[in-house]
Write a protein that binds this ligand. Sequence first.
Ligand code: SDX
Length: 441
Amino acid sequence: MISAPTSQHKPGTPAGTASVSHEGKTVELPVLKGSVGPHVIDIRKLYAETDTFTYDPGFTSTASCESSITFIDGDKGVLLYRGYPIEQLAEHGDFLETCYLLLYGDLPTAQQMKEFDRAITYHTMVHEQINYFFRGFRRDAHPMAVMVGVVGALSAFYHDSTDIDDPHQRMVASYRMVAKMPTIAAMAHKYSIGQPFVYPRNDLGYAENFLRMCFAVPAEEYKASPTLARALDRIFILHADHEQNASTSTVRLAGSSGANPFACIAAGIACLWGPAHGGANEAALQMLQEIGDVKRIPEYIALAKDKNDPLRLMGFGHRIYKNYDPRAKVMQKTCHEVLDELGLKNDPLLAVAMELERIALNDDYFVEKKLYPNIDFYSGITLKAMGFPTAMFTALFALARTVGWIAQWTEMIEDPAQKIGRPRQLYTGHPRRDYVPLQKR
Ligand code: SDX
């Protein structure tokens, strides 16, 4: 039972109490209310006072931290970065401005933006020795395997920004990661296709620089299409942060032990790789290619609904969005813009995607389970049209999400209440038993 919250209060402070009764014992727990969104029952003293844990595999009803970075209302399809709606940031802003917003909490002034832009631009090169680090990978290594390895190794190259207790070193490490992730991702791509690495340029914008590092060759000049650069910049904005998702929670948990920021981001990349999470954009495109023709869609819909078949519609469903993912709407619009720009609006994959979406959104199974397209449904078609190999899709997701991971990691490090994350369990194994000698088994 949750008693009614008191009237005015500061977000994050007690606004009422909840009573938990068990085996004749009752404990009053504070209820904390944020600035928007659900209340939380503060259970920090539950175990000490009742010798009982809470149980929530997958954390479907658990708030792991207090945060002021990103807010999601899954029922209303709302996503706010520091209070600003994602649709407005994607429409009017750019990715570096969004990075500043996520890192510092407010939109930058013109002067702040100029200084931030310059600081990031002048950190885009990587230590020359890292070029040789790549040589250890097979050419056919998945770019995400390379990204995990290279980003994890950055702490071996940048010793002067691994002291997490030094705010200046935390800032330098943050800037280095936001700045170097595109360079590392582009190097992973170039290495996989046997082409020479292309160095970043200080006279290009963030997305334009990345396109050039991925698609330029020494044999000729390269100029990125402004439409594609703008579309990619917007895609980065859409992927920048998303509250306490699996990879962000991984970064926070790794960071709670005091691990250096490069190692924490490498842990986040590893988690993002999974097909249920960031790997869904690659899996969604592969699914669309497998379906191949709108005539085969009913067969796949039936498999996705069949409880005995593991197939899921990749790019559909979300733990929080039980309405349309607001990023998917912007992603769909961007997909059409890119295909129009490239003269691919008759792309058969787009036809399959749009028909699959239409059928699924009218199918009782998907309607009842509130399964809507998520950000990964249209991103794969868009990135493929831009010329990225499918295996690079999640690497681009990691590139964009790095700023969100860094902002969340910084918030955790600077939170006076933070301590090492160490969940407990419901043990259902053997009670104590004595060793049995081999000859008696
Ligand atoms: C991202 O958390 C984030 O914020 C992530 C992310 C971010 O920005 O960081 O938004 C990025 O990871 C987006 C999600 C990308 N993943 C996919 O598109 C993969 C396909 N989607 C599913 O695997 C699933 O929807 C999840 C993993 C996204 C969410 O899973 P949940 O919340 O744990 O839900 P669930 O697995 O318990 O499913 C609920 C029901 C189940 O049926 P029942 O057991 O209740 O009968 O819905 C069904 C599921 O079988 N279901 C699907 C489905 N997704 C869920 N059935 C068919 N196709 C699907 N895609």
